[in-house]
Design a protein around this ligand. Structure first.
Ligand SMILES: C[S@@+](CC[C@H](N)C(=O)[O-])C[C@H]1O[C@@H](n2cnc3c(N)ncnc32)[C@H](O)[C@@H]1O
Length: 405
């Protein structure tokens, strides 16, 4: 049963989140809860732990609502990116296996974007028996060791988490969180709502069961609960269908992130690349170009033993990936005045497709940077989740603690 107060409000709030700032959203939240408008809370108000923090895009997306007081990753190159953009004193380089929860600061939110390679359709798919995706167990182990369990926990991963093995991996994660006293619900969010990139990710949001969540519970699956998730979550205990306002799809086209002045491949390399485009795609590309579309992103793929370059015609980049994910880097063919040219997406373009701000620093080589961005969580997606759900929940938790003390 859909709870009217939330859902009607949710439907009325269909908006293009790209043009709505977090503070606007938050101001509305203050009003909606009957609280008079007041100064924005200090970012210090809600401490957060960022596990598997990589290049820091989760920290970036959370920062208007949560202050990351501790972050960890094993990769020195990603650590360089994190530390170039965030408080380096909070970052701890090393394997999560070596982290002892008792030494960590108190936090309201524990975020774990655990490695996806074993759940990725492009990878080997060894699931939770794989050495990387099974690291979510380390995240849980560290949380068990904390002096105080964070009242909110979020695990993020690829769609394979809910679709592989008919949802078995999701059910294991759900049960592990429910056993720790949380109400648990997942949502699937696609970066395409905010950015010209198709990038669906699963966010498993767990909230201490003592916290009132009825007004955030849609009571039944809504737009952010696709069929595989509904199937995976069928019959689970302590389940919640988080109700989130449905954002309109972003109107931004990939053209908006493309730097048309960058150098492209030389004639020989261009011809080799164009030869890989299937004839039907080539024809469509020239047809679309004659009607004004200038940018066609694509990945090289092997089809029946033959390498091809398959293009997209919808103004959206394909999901950025890491080489470990089993896929390659993304190309763009640019057609102007009937003449095609081509190159790889630049690092700045890749960062823009992830929603990183223009001055987000990406030290290191092209490949390092591409890997760091391809592995990350798109900034506006985290920001949306933080402002629409995690922040109001954190505020409620603080109120509850204040009343109790
Ligand atoms: C999906 S990515 C997380 C991306 C990050 N949240 C972001 O937005 O940039 C998973 C991360 O887990 C890290 N990782 C893999 N094995 C690890 C381990 N044993 N201990 C800590 N971090 C690990 C990887 O380096 C990678 O950055």
């Amino acid at each position: 049963m859909v709870r009217r107060a939330w859902f009607v409000w949710g439907n009325q709030r269909m908006y293009n989140a790209q043009t709505t700032t977090v503070s606007e959203t938050r101001r509305r939240l203050f009003r909606d809860e009957g609280t008079s408008l007041r100064t924005e809370p200090s970012p210090e108000a809600f401490p957060c732990l960022d596990f598997f923090a990589g290049s820091g895009l989760v920290t970036e997306g959370l920062k208007d609502c949560f202050s990351v007081v501790w972050a960890n990753d094993i990769c020195p190159k990603k650590a360089d990116v994190f530390c170039a953009n965030h408080d380096a004193t909070r970052f701890h380089l090393g394997p999560v296996e070596d982290v002892r929860g008792a030494a960590l600061p108190r936090a309201v939110l524990s975020w774990g974007s655990f490695p996806c390679q074993d759940l990725s359709l492009a990878g080997a798919m060894s699931g939770f028996s794989g050495s990387r995706s099974s690291l979510f167990r380390q995240w849980l182990r560290v949380m068990d060791e904390l002096p105080e369990q964070p009242p909110i926990a979020v695990a993020e991963n690829v769609i394979g988490l809910i679709s592989a093995m008919r949802g078995q991996y999701y059910r294991e994660l759900h049960a592990a969180l429910a056993d720790r006293g949380y109400s648990v619900g997942a949502v699937v969010l696609d970066a395409i709502h905010w950015l010209p990139q198709s990038r669906k990710r699963v966010f498993v949001i767990a909230v201490d069961r003592s916290v009132r969540t009825d007004d955030f519970d849609a009571g039944a699956p809504v737009w952010c609960h696709p069929e595989p998730l509904v199937r995976a979550a069928e019959g689970l205990e302590n389940r919640i269908w988080w109700g989130l306002p449905e954002p309109l799809r972003s109107a931004a086209d990939i053209e908006s992130v493309i730097d048309f002045s960058l150098p492209c491949f030389d004639r020989e390399r261009l011809d080799r690349l164009l030869d890989l485009i299937p004839p039907a795609h080539r024809e469509k590309m020239m047809d679309e170009a004659s009607r004004g579309r200038r940018v066609f992103p694509g990945y090289k793929r092997t089809r029946r033993g033959k390498q091809t370059l398959e293009l997209r015609f919808d103004g959206v980049a394909g999901c950025l990936r890491t080489p470990e994910g089993g896929s390659s880097r993304q190309y763009v063919v640019i057609v102007e005045d009937g003449k095609p040219r081509a190159r790889l997406l630049s690092l700045r373009e890749v960062a823009a497709l992830m929603g990183a701000r223009e001055d987000y620093k990406i030290p290191g080589s092209y490949n390092d940077g591409y890997r760091a961005m391809g592995d990350a969580v798109a900034v506006p997606v985290t920001r949306f989740l933080a402002s629409e759900l995690l922040f109001p929940l954190a505020r409620r938790i603080r109120e509850k603690q204040r009343k109790a003390s």
